[in-house]
Design a protein around this ligand. Structure first.
Ligand SMILES: N[C@H](CCC[C@H](N)C(=O)O)C(=O)O
Length: 258
């Protein structure tokens, strides 16, 4: 089998991007997805995204984590919007479908602003928090996220009884200022720390914003800077959640499998 692929990164979260509007990528072949995402024996990426046609929408994105599992992916969606513009499918506005439902996005000054799904509520998880922003996120405040053992602590929470069988992503926050936080994330399905996680920083922004009565939070991650804007309602729900940040094409290639 042979196909063209592109590599994109959104604040260091990197993806193999495939224009699969002809629908010939074997998306049932999870071993192929794992092989392609393998950083030593394959192309290497946190995840793989297929762009396909979808009636009533500009496109549909199908996201796979590196282990082949599927979920919503905020950074991946921002990269899919940039890729769709590169392919000429859209200009600077779009409405597309993802696993957690329809999304809108727009492109301005090289930044992609993605509308995330609304969030019904935050919940407590022991001393920490849990929120689903299209994918599940455990959120923990720590003294110093820079020195915190993110992979060890993240893995323990991700595989804990409380989150069996599907697991969760795990985010660690240290506030920087009144409206800015530093976040590091252990990602389910990558089973490692990623340089940033879009649905993860969104979860962190909602928790921090709720605690500090903010409607905009800036987030520093090891892979770059993002911002999240949102409105909240008296019933504890959140709407108009917008994740904004850069997305960049870094490589184009052809894959030939034996
Ligand atoms: N690993 C996540 C999906 C990708 C999330 C992350 N890459 C993002 O940007 O949202 C999960 O299995 O729920």
């Amino acid at each position: 089998m042979e196909f063209s692929f592109y590599k994109y990164q959104g604040t260091g979260n990197d993806f193999i991007m495939i224009d699969d509007r002809v629908e010939n990528f074997p998306e049932q072949d999870l071993q192929l997805v794992q092989n392609l995402c393998d950083r030593k024996f394959g192309i290497g990426a946190d995840g793989l995204i297929l762009i396909r046609n979808k009636e009533g929408f500009d496109f549909e994105m199908i996201y796979f984590n590196a282990d082949g599992s599927q979920s919503m992916c905020g950074n991946g969606a921002r990269c899919a919007v940039a890729f769709s513009k590169f392919l000429g499918i859209i200009s600077d506005q779009t409405r597309f479908m993802a696993i957690d439902g329809p999304h809108t996005a727009n492109i301005a000054d090289e930044l992609i602003s993605l509308e995330m799904s609304p969030v019904n509520s935050l919940s407590n998880a022991g001393q920490d928090y849990f929120v689903n922003t299209g994918s599940p996120h455990h959120v923990r405040f720590v003294e110093d996220v820079i020195t915190y053992p993110v992979v060890e602590a993240g893995k323990a929470i991700r595989y804990s009884e409380a989150y069996q069988p599907k697991g969760t992503n795990v985010n660690f926050i240290t506030p920087i200022s009144e409206n800015e936080i530093h976040v590091r994330t252990y990602e389910r399905g990558v089973e490692n720390e990623t340089l940033s996680c879009g649905t993860g920083v969104t979860a962190c922004a909602l928790v921090y914003g709720y605690q500090n009565e903010l409607n905009e939070v800036k987030i520093k991650t090891p892979g770059g800077n993002l911002s999240v804007n949102f409105t909240s309602a008296a019933d504890g729900s959140f709407q108009n959640i917008i994740l904004t940040g850069p997305a960049q094409q870094v490589y184009q290639g052809k894959w030939k499998s034996k």
